[in-house]
Design a protein around this ligand. Structure first.
Ligand SMILES: Nc1nc2c(ncn2[C@@H]2O[C@H](COP(=O)(O)OP(=O)(O)OP(=O)(O)O)[C@@H](O)[C@H]2O)c(=O)[nH]1
Ligand SMILES: C[S@@+](CC[C@H](N)C(=O)[O-])C[C@H]1O[C@@H](n2cnc3c(N)ncnc32)[C@H](O)[C@@H]1O
Ligand code: SF4
Ligand code: SF4
Length: 330
């Protein structure tokens, strides 16, 4: 194996998130705020064999876990093949998905050794689902989650909590975990991206979430790893867990091990860093991309592309120039 991907803070980057597309069948307001989005032309996208070659290089540089994301990874026509190809690499493979099309890929997922999927579902109310996602797929999403669990997968539900939208449902989500050992719920603090009308006052903070949950449940904190996005908790007597991803008030940058590859083959060293570099063109030209990868991570900032506090004026200027979440790969 080659040298690992280190930054100047000594963080080792072992977790690769590959975005397969910036397209999606939903229109979640916090992620893709406009209905009429301009998507990347298909010819810009990494092809299945290029994804496999790039992933292989990252595995050689120490990547131990690959997550497919997007946009919606499961709307890509060749996703079944991509999953099967990546399943041959010596890493764990997983996906973050809205799950609407997951029933078509159960065998591909099993054959590729996928054991756990993260599924976005922000509400347990059909009307609220439609107002957040602008689409009518509530029942299909719930059925997909049930199917995944019945097929033996571990499911983590991602809930972006927004004040006045879905914050009254937090304890209903926690209740779902009580009887199901393979179901985990993570509440996420709403983050700012270009055009998503983020304001600090719209987030429900880590502390507020915990005190809300504490009104109905007794729970204990679980041990975790420094690189975990979520702090996890277990309700006394419960079987599953709940977690809080405190992106804004409890950032987890100190343990960051994340590498991002956008659907058009750009390398991002941080979700919020705008200085991405192109890997696809040099790969197509047969050039050595390892040195590009090392040097890009050598320039990585400690947190959030250089800003700890999202409310600072400079941070706002930066996140407004950043890609939308959908085009980064969440
Ligand atoms: N600030 C920040 N937030 C992130 C990052 N990666 C993921 N998130 C947030 O965490 C949420 C959950 O991400 P997932 O795609 O489910 O993956 P994960 O939490 O890294 O995955 P596991 O810990 O493997 O389950 C996302 O929806 C983002 O809101 C990151 O690098 N930085
Ligand atoms: C961009 S989506 C891509 C994968 C897939 N379409 C899905 O929704 O799971 C990945 C994750 O990013 C999260 N996300 C998107 N925009 C966000 C924001 N503004 N703040 C926090 N999380 C966000 C979503 O909730 C989802 O869990
Ligand atoms: S969060 Fe996922 S499902 Fe929702 S618009 Fe973004 S990419 Fe699509
Ligand atoms: S904001 Fe950047 S540094 Fe912090 S955890 Fe996310 S990718 Fe890593």
């Amino acid at each position: 194996m080659s040298q690992p991907i280190l930054d100047t803070f000594g963080r080792k980057h072992t977790y690769l998130r590959i975005s397969l597309t910036d397209k999606c069948n939903l229109r979640c307001t916090y992620c893709m705020p406009q209905e009429d989005m301009q998507f990347m032309p298909s010819k810009w996208l990494m092809q299945a064999d290029e994804i496999q070659t790039l992933a292989g290089i990252f595995v050689d540089l120490g990547v131990e876990k690959i997550r497919l994301t997007g946009g919606e990874p499961l709307i890509r026509k060749d996703v079944g093949q991509i999953i099967q190809n990546l399943g041959t690499l010596p890493t764990s493979l997983t996906l973050t998905t809205n799950a609407v099309f997951v029933d078509q890929f159960i065998d591909d997922l099993k054959n590729a050794g996928v054991r756990s999927l993260n599924v976005s579902l922000d509400t347990l109310n059909e009307t609220t689902f439609k107002s957040i996602t602008k689409r009518d797929h509530f029942n299909k999403t719930l059925d997909s989650i049930k199917l995944l669990i019945s097929e033996g997968f571990v499911v983590k539900i991602n809930v972006v909590v927004m004040k006045g939208i879905n914050d009254t449902e937090v304890n209903d989500f926690v209740r779902l975990t009580l009887d199901e050992p393979n179901l985990h719920v993570r509440f996420i603090e709403f983050m700012p991206f270009n055009g998503n009308k983020w304001e600090m006052s719209k987030i429900v903070s880590y502390n507020d979430l915990l005190s809300d949950i504490n009104k109905q449940f007794e729970f204990e904190k679980l041990e975790g790893e420094l690189h975990d996005t979520a702090h996890s908790f277990k309700v006394h007597g419960g079987k599953g867990t709940f977690g809080i991803i405190g992106t804004v008030t409890h950032p987890f940058c100190a343990g960051c091990n994340r590498i991002r590859l956008t659907a058009d083959g750009k390398l991002k060293n941080c979700l919020f860093d705008t200085t991405e570099i192109d890997l696809l063109t040099p790969l197509r030209r047969g050039e050595d991309i390892r040195s590009l990868i090392y040097s890009h991570f050598h320039k990585k900032h400690f947190a959030h592309g250089g800003h700890i506090d999202f409310t600072a004026k400079e941070a706002k200027a930066d996140y407004e120039q950043n890609r939308r979440m959908i085009a980064i790969g969440g």
